[in-house]
Design a protein around this ligand. Sequence first.
Ligand code: G3H
Ligand code: ZN
Length: 286
Amino acid sequence: MKTLRQIITNAANRGVAVGHFNVAETSVLKAVFESAKKLGVPVIIGTSEGEAGFLGRKQAAALVRSLREEYKFPIFINSDHTHSFEEVKKAVAAGYDAILFDGGKLPLAENIRQTKKVVQYVKSKNKNILVEGELGNIGSGSTIRKEFPKGAAIKPEDLTKPEEALKFVKATGVDLLAPAVGNIHGMFKNAPEPALDIERIRAIKKAVKIPLVLHGGSGNTNKDFKAAIKAGISIIHISTELRVAWRKGLERGLRENREELAPYKILAEAVAEVEKVVYTKLRLFN
Ligand code: G3H
Ligand code: ZN
């Protein structure tokens, strides 16, 4: 089976993107896996620090590994938005395939210092684990928003600059880069997502030449996704839309099965709802 690095390189060469979906429990994992299997496309499971705390790091990694091995299917796990060195160590020990060290809100020099330390540590333990760095503030939290996240970059002068991206990549040695290109975490309640800056993506890709990761994919338009992939995005993160679908399915499951006690019967509705979202996104990205 191809490694995650080969899969991402392959996606970049073919002008497609690998879908990355956040998971905190097994009904969502099941939905993501089933959709990827139906389409026969590789997929990445992400766990944020909160999600990993709920599921257990070793348990999350073991679940994903067991699917990969039993079905000989390219499903991988990423330690998403890992903010501390301690959590990086835990992810490595648990057997994660990739780690995003998120120093996006730190000043550039400090982000470089901490990310470099993470790359050196991870590679000293296992060269095959991919390390992603984050450059720029895209707000945090996969949630429905009433207002724009404080401090997040939206004006052109605040987005990730190609020359800073190159400096960051050269100094840290990251395998993947998550820039701020008009993307934000979460979705607005009553407003469309800001448009992505496609030219900025193209310029950053031209400068750094490594695969780029688009975070905050919920709520962005299909047109923007297609243009972003063409401009150099190789992985796309989706979380909020999955959470919305999960809750909608769960509520329906409870409403329509008032006397039911078996979790797997109630949760079947949540799985179905999440599957629809993942299937649609994966088909678009691929
Ligand atoms: O790392 C997680 C993602 O960037 C998800 O962002 O909740 O806006 O889809 P989203
Ligand atoms: Zn993210």
